[in-house]
Design a protein around this ligand. Structure first.
Ligand SMILES: Nc1ncnc2c1ncn2[C@@H]1O[C@H](COP(=O)(O)OP(=O)(O)OP(=O)(O)O)[C@@H](O)[C@H]1O
Ligand SMILES: [Mg+2]
Length: 272
C-alpha cells in the first residue's frame, strides 16, 4: 500500500513553552485504519491538527502523498484545495466544528466551498443524511441537537466533501452504546470503501473493534510503541506505563486483590 501520510521528527510546543509533541515519526498507508492512542494531554489532538495542516510543527516535517505540507505550500491555491479535499477532520468537540444555521446548511457548506455544483452538493447531503439516519433533523439549528446528533452532523459535514483520509478525534466519546456501535460499523464501511481512517482515542475497545494499526503516545509526548491492535492490547505493562489502564490494590478481609482496570479489559484478579 502507498504511504499517504509521513511525519518525520515532529516537535510542537504551545506558546514555545508547553510541550505537546516530542520527536514524532510515523507513516500511514492508504486504506489503513490507524489509531493514535494515549492518556489525556499526551498530544493526540495536537498531532491530528498537525496532520491536517491547521498548526505547524516547531521542527520536523509532514508529507502528504510525497508533498511537504508547510504554511508556504498551503498558500498555493491548487495544493490547498487538493489537500483540503483529500483530508477531512472531525473535531473532538462538535461545537467547535458546527456553525451553520441548520443541519442541511452544515452538510452543504464543505462541497459548496469546494465549488461543487449545487445539485451535486444537495445529492451528497441527502445521501449522507440517509446513511447517518439524520434526515428528520435537516431543518434543525445545530445548537438544538444532542451531543450524539451533533457528532453525526459533524461527521456528515466532512463526508459530503468525500475526503480520501478521515481524521477523527475521539469519535465515540460521549455516545451511547448503540450510537457507538453504529459509528464503528460506519467507520468500517468507509474503510472498506477505500478511505484511510486516522483516529485519536483512549477507547481501547474501539481500537480492538477496528483492528487498527496503533501508535501509543506516552505522557512525555513521544511514541512509546507502534504495532497491531492485538499486540498492543495484550501488552499490559505498556498500557499501565502510559496510563491507559490502571492497577488497584485493595483488601477484602484477609485477601488482597490486585485489579487491572480499564473499560476494555475485564477485571483481572491476582491473589497474593
Ligand atoms: N490551546 C492550548 N494551549 C496551551 N496548551 C495546550 C493547548 N492545547 C493543548 N495544550 C497542551 O498540550 C498537550 C497536548 O494536548 P492535546 O490536546 O494534544 O492532548 P490530547 O491527547 O488530545 O488530550 P485529551 O485526551 O484530553 O483530548 C497537553 O499538555 C495540553 O495541556
Ligand atoms: Mg484531545
Amino acid at each position: 500500500m502507498e504511504k499517504i501520510i509521513r511525519l518525520e521528527n515532529i516537535c510542537y510546543h504551545y506558546y514555545d513553552t508547553i510541550s505537546a509533541l516530542a520527536d514524532i515519526s510515523l507513516e500511514i498507508k492508504g486504506g489503513e485504519r490507524f489509531a493514535i492512542i494515549g492518556a489525556n494531554g499526551t498530544g493526540k489532538t495536537t498531532l491530528l491538527q498537525i496532520i491536517n495542516g491547521l498548526i505547524f510543527p516547531d521542527s520536523g516535517r509532514l508529507f502528504f502523498k510525497g508533498n511537504e505540507v508547510l504554511k508556504q505550500t498551503l498558500k498555493d491555491r491548487g495544493f490547498l484545495r487538493f489537500f483540503r479535499q483529500s483530508v477531512g477532520y472531525v473535531f473532538q468537540d462538535s461545537d467547535v466544528q458546527l456553525f451553520c444555521p441548520t443541519v442541511l446548511d452544515e452538510l452543504l457548506y464543505g462541497p459548496l466551498q469546494l465549488e461543487i455544483s449545487e445539485k451535486e452538493a444537495m445529492d451528497r447531503a441527502f445521501e449522507i443524511m440517509k446513511m447517518l439516519k439524520i434526515e428528520h433533523l435537516k431543518e434543525r439549528p445545530t445548537y438544538m441537537l444532542s451531543g450524539g446528533e451533533k457528532k453525526k452532523v459533524a461527521i456528515g459535514s466532512i463526508l459530503t466533501m468525500n475526503p480520501e483520509v478521515l481524521l477523527l478525534d475521539e469519535p465515540t466519546n460521549g455516545l451511547d452504546p448503540k450510537t457507538q456501535c453504529f459509528l464503528v460499523e460506519l467507520m468500517l464501511a468507509l474503510n472498506e470503501a477505500g478511505k484511510t481512517l486516522v483516529l485519536a482515542t483512549h477507547d481501547l475497545s474501539l481500537v480492538d473493534e477496528l483492528q487498527a494499526t496503533v501508535a501509543v503516545l506516552s505522557e512525555e509526548h513521544r511514541i512509546e510503541k507502534t504495532g497491531r491492535a492485538t499486540e498492543i492490547l495484550k501488552d499490559e505493562d505498556l498500557l499501565l506505563r502510559v496510563n491507559l489502564i490502571h492497577e488497584h490494590i485493595h483488601r477484602h478481609g484477609e485477601m488482597t486483590h490486585r485489579h487491572i482496570h480499564s473499560h476494555y479489559l475485564f477485571h483481572r484478579h491476582d491473589h497474593d
